[in-house]
Ligand binder design. Structure first.
Ligand SMILES: [Fe+2]
Ligand SMILES: [Fe+2]
Length: 283
């Protein structure tokens, strides 16, 4: 903990009072799920690529939130942080199970990618001052909540008429990502008043990093499968990129606004409807 460079956070939790960050322990057996578990090869390999990036990123979120926990004074935010840590721990475990199955499909670049991913984050953390390190969990949660919201709202685009265990799993993860979407931003803004630093880190570090990682891995998977060796598939692939790109590229500028708070009324509606819809998975 570096208390010299951060002040004690007096900012409050912005998670609505009627939303509890719950620790749920649903079980998922992915053994009979195909690698193309969404609407088509492009949506499936995109989410498979996201899954590869998730475990070390979520561990980093947990680690940084724990590191600065003693600097937070708001009791509700402390409870939110505890909820986030528990949820992310479970998500990581489940994604590791998915990723083991993906490795068994013969994607040999997964391991080297994971090693580079860890190296990249460790180096960045080592050279980052506290304010910059605190942008990391907030930036990662910016992307996971954007992907989750899109997955929930644009079901036709992602799942089509498919239903399987991996979709149930993603619905559960998406719900919890929305549930704790404010926590890392609240921690960041409690300890660092220059919220525009988050915009800078998103635009110049994390957005390029996530675009290269996720679209790069998806491209590798699709090449390895031979999908992109067929010119007739290129149109659908480019259409997917064009349609999915705004999900990862918009929203960074909102943090320049000092009055920005996560959770719009629309977010609450989306969250409540999703919670209702997946009651059979989470109860
Ligand atoms: Fe998560
Ligand atoms: Fe998260």
């Amino acid at each position: 903990m570096n208390k010299k460079n951060t002040h004690t956070g007096k900012a409050h939790s912005s998670t609505p009072d009627d939303i509890a960050i719950e620790h749920r322990l649903p079980e998922f057996d992915f053994s009979s799920v195909s690698k193309y578990w969404l609407k088509d090869q492009f949506t499936s390999q995109f989410m498979n690529a996201v899954s590869i990036v998730v475990p070390y990123s979520e561990r980093t979120v947990i680690d940084i939130v724990r590191k600065y926990a003693d600097n937070i004074s708001d009791l509700k935010l402390i409870r939110d942080m505890d909820g986030l840590i528990r949820q992310e721990g479970r998500h990581t475990l489940m994604h590791l199970r998915c990723n083991e199955l993906l490795e068994k499909c013969g994607y040999r670049a997964i391991r080297p990618f994971e090693r580079f991913h860890k190296f990249f984050i460790r180096v960045l953390r080592r050279i980052s001052p506290p304010a910059w390190e605190l942008t990391m969990p907030a930036a990662f949660e910016h992307f996971t909540s954007a992907i989750s919201r899109d997955f929930i709202v644009n079901r036709t685009f992602w799942t089509g008429d498919q239903s399987n265990t991996a979709i149930d799993f993603t619905n559960w993860h998406a719900l919890e990502e929305l549930e704790h979407q404010a926590v890392c931003f609240d921690v960041f803004s409690a300890l660092e008043k220059r919220t525009w630093l988050l915009t800078l880190s998103l635009l110049f570090v994390w957005m390029p990093a996530i675009l290269v990682s996720v679209y790069g891995l998806q491209f590798y998977f699709l090449m390895k499968d031979g999908v992109l060796l067929k010119p007739k598939k290129w149109g659908s692939y480019l259409k997917f990129i064009f349609q999915s790109l705004p999900m990862l590229t918009r929203g960074a500028l909102k943090y320049v606004d000092k009055g920005f708070r996560p959770w719009s009324p629309k977010d609450v509606q989306i969250y409540q409807a999703q919670k209702q819809k997946i009651q059979h998975i989470i109860s």
